[in-house]
Ligand binder design. Structure first.
Ligand code: FAD
Length: 677
């Protein structure tokens, strides 16, 4: 019998980088979902502090939409630098770099947000504040804690952890020969071996504790301890290249004209450079280091890499323009490579891996933090709703089937993009070894859709009703595990359903257009009403509610929704409000001034509470606003203005099902496959 203290929790998150913090924030937002006992969540990190400078900085549209659903996109939006235009610089016939093209940084009209850049440390700060606010202090990062063993049992996962000393929890800096006392990020770079990890794993440090968790989420970065604890079958697979790049965050002193634009610069012979204008006069430079190459071990000698060496390379690439700096905020270097784990979840569905723990690639495409956060955003509500006894455990299979495919796409994108970026520009069409600048621009343009995070399209599963092969990943373990609960629908049937809302593709995130609140005429971006609070939503496009036949269709649908043996009542825990796990939101297309909320819309669309009265925030109209223009939502969502349709939306804003108002049984079947009704 051991005398190590033991604690039980619902969820243990290992690692408090972007992926771990997103998971913690998502759990904190589930507090309004009713449950017998509150969800207990712990999050541990081996380091003594969060990061304060450097690392990731690019935030894509989808991440901002998610931040908005958690309530802090405005903080990032205000503080960040906004990326508006990309300038391409290439050598002219004499080999001198010149601006050859300009393209918009974010594809126009994709999202209400555009790409912005802000240092990762600030984003971690926003998360920490948000977690504190929504969990009421119940979830907080426990720092300087190292997991030392993990055993998966029948009921729970047993994780032993140890408190570290301050010294053990502070990573060594490798700053050598730098101009100033600057923070470097080499300790986190893939140029570093496992020496630091080994040092702290051997530490004899402080007290031990056993945490018995129903679920463990490993968000502990590229050298994930959790991944290694799960066994060799989870090891990252892929390849490294010989391309080494340096990164510097500086305040530049330069005559280069586009220093406040995002630039992709290919020099004739000195390598490539990317300029990322940042907040607070900073500029990030990604600089190809042609003089550094990997040794026989396949890894470059990091002791040779100094800020002076990196900056010297930048000065050569930018010639004839001059660049210097007095202030450097952070620097690092990395070797380009793409690696992915064959599996993101243990077959028991009790231990999951997210973020850099399961996929790594080069940072230039600005994807790692975004995709990592989106992994745990996809996972946390599923785990939370199961831990609360609301949803069926089968939905956990969709974590791997949905997110591994995104990671695979990311790896392929980065593989192509980083090679085009690191290659020497072709001198002419006969120069087969050089990179064609037309091809590079084309990859940039196509990459921009992918890089926005808005091309993610989840395949059929228990959560997404569409035609296609649920195992299309080609991964046999996924194929066999993902079949349970998949709603079968033929291609023809699906085409008919999808045609009801062509602008809301099933499997993709619910796009946003402006609508007006029926009760007060305030314009809202509809996505603002899709908060990440763990609730599913039924969006009822009620059509022309003033047409008697349509009004009758809406009434019949709502009667079924409100019935005591319907899925809504059965999915809602006894005694809880009718909208506590599934919320109904309505958008109609009749004239606002001729419709009345209480007269024309059945009660279930604006439920009554004896303490707070009618709910005035659930019915919206597709009409022009006084001050903010016309969202034209029905047209943009591709929905018929007379007849409308019904759309089921997952808690993470992805469209799960589309049907007619008469398809109530199919909608019921969808929810019965997800909820423990
Ligand atoms: P990490 O950020 O690595 O966090 C892991 C956390 O786990 C850390 O806090 C660590 O202390 C902790 N941990 C590790 N091991 C243990 C353990 N055994 N026990 C407990 N805790 C542990 N991404 C973008 O999206 N956009 C960009 O513009 C971008 N630019 C980048 C630029 C550079 C120079 C670099 C290096 C990366 C960049 N990235 C970018 C990538 C991005 O930083 C990572 O993909 C992202 O941080 C991954 O988040 P994560 O939470 O999965 O892992």
């Amino acid at each position: 019998q051991s005398d190590i203290p033991e604690t039980n929790v619902d969820v243990l998150i290992i690692g408090a980088g972007p992926a771990g913090l997103m998971a913690a924030a998502s759990f904190a937002h589930l507090t309004a979902i009713p449950s017998a006992s509150p969800l207990s969540v712990r999050i541990i990190d081996k380091r003594s502090t969060k990061i304060f400078s450097g690392q990731a900085d690019g935030l894509q549209c989808r991440s901002l939409e998610i931040f908005d659903s958690l309530g802090f996109a405005d903080r990032a939006w205000k503080e960040a630098n906004h990326m508006i235009e990309i300038c391409m610089w290439n050598p002219d016939a004499t080999g001198i770099i010149q601006r050859s093209d300009r393209i918009p940084d974010t594809i126009v009209g994709l999202s209400r947000f555009q790409q912005i850049v802000l240092q990762q440390g600030r984003i971690e700060r926003f998360f920490l504040d948000n977690i504190q606010k929504y969990s009421g202090g119940a979830i907080k990062v426990e720092r300087a804690i190292l997991p030392t063993s993990l055993q998966i049992g029948e009921e729970r996962v047993k994780v032993t952890v140890r408190k570290l000393t301050e010294e053990e929890a502070t990573p060594p800096q490798a700053t050598t020969g730098s101009k100033s006392d600057v923070t470097d990020g080499l300790f986190r770079s893939n140029l570093v071996g496992d020496d630091y990890e080994d040092k702290i794993t051997d530490a004899k440090g402080g007290e031990e504790e056993v945490i018995n968790a129903k679920f463990v989420i490993g968000c502990d970065g590229a050298r994930s301890w959790t991944r290694r604890a799960l066994g060799p079958e989870f090891e990252l697979q892929g390849e490294a290249t010989d391309f080494i790049w340096g990164v510097m965050d500086i305040i530049p002193l330069t005559d280069f004209p586009d220093i406040r634009m995002r630039c992709a610069i290919h020099s004739a012979n000195d390598g490539s450079l990317m300029v990322i204008p940042r907040e607070n006069r900073l500029v990030r430079l990604y600089i190809q280091l042609k003089e550094v190459t990997p040794d026989a071990s396949g890894r470059a000698d990091r002791s040779k890499i100094t800020p002076e060496l990196i900056f010297g390379a930048a000065q050569k690439i930018l010639r004839p323009y001059k660049i210097d700096y007095e202030y450097c905020d952070w620097w690092t270097a990395y070797q380009i490579g793409q690696r992915i784990s064959p599996s993101f979840s243990h077959p028991s569905n009790k231990v999951f891996l997210a973020g850099d723990a399961v996929h790594t690639h080069s940072p230039k495409a600005g994807q790692g933090m975004n995709v990592s956060m989106q992994d745990s955003f996809n996972l946390a509500w599923k785990v939370g709703l199961i831990a609360k006894g609301i949803c069926h455990p089968r939905i956990l299979d969709t974590y791997q089937s949905e997110r591994r495919r995104v990671a695979q796409d990311l790896i392929e994108f980065d593989h192509k993009f980083s090679r085009l970026f690191s290659g020497r520009p072709a001198k002419d069409v006969m120069d087969a070894e050089g990179v064609s600048m037309a091809e590079f621009k084309d990859a940039f343009l196509k990459g921009n859709l992918f890089a926005s995070g808005l091309s993610v399209d989840y395949g059929p599963s228990s959560l997404v009703v569409k035609s296609g092969d649920p195992g299309e990943l080609g991964d046999r373990s996924v194929r066999s595990r993902n079949l349970e609960g998949v709603r079968r629908i033929t291609v023809e049937e699906f085409e008919v359903k999808q045609s009801l809302a062509k602008g809301l593709p099933v499997g993709m995130r619910f796009n946003s257009f402006k609508v007006l609140n029926q009760a007060c005429a305030r314009p809202w971006h509809f996505q603002e009403r899709l908060k990440a609070d763990g609730r599913f939503r039924i969006v009822l496009f009620a059509g022309d509610i003033l047409d008697p036949a349509q009004k009758q269709r809406v009434k019949v649908f709502c009667d079924k929704l409100s019935s005591s043996n319907g899925f809504m009542r059965r999915a809602t825990p006894e005694g809880a409000k009718i909208d506590s796990v599934i919320e109904v939101l309505t958008i109609h297309s009749a004239k606002r001034t001729e419709t009345e909320l209480l007269r024309d819309f059945p009660d279930i669309l604006h439920p009554f509470d004896p303490h707070t009265g009618w709910d005035y925030n659930k019915v919206f109209v597709d009409e022009e606003s006084y001050h903010e223009g016309f969202g034209d939502a029905y047209k943009n969502y591709g929905v018929d203005k007379e007849k409308g349709c019904v759309v089921a939306v997952r808690p993470d804003q992805y469209v799960g099902w589309v049907g007619e108002l008469e398809d109530f049984e199919q909608l019921q079947e969808y929810f019965e496959g997800i909820f423990l009704v």
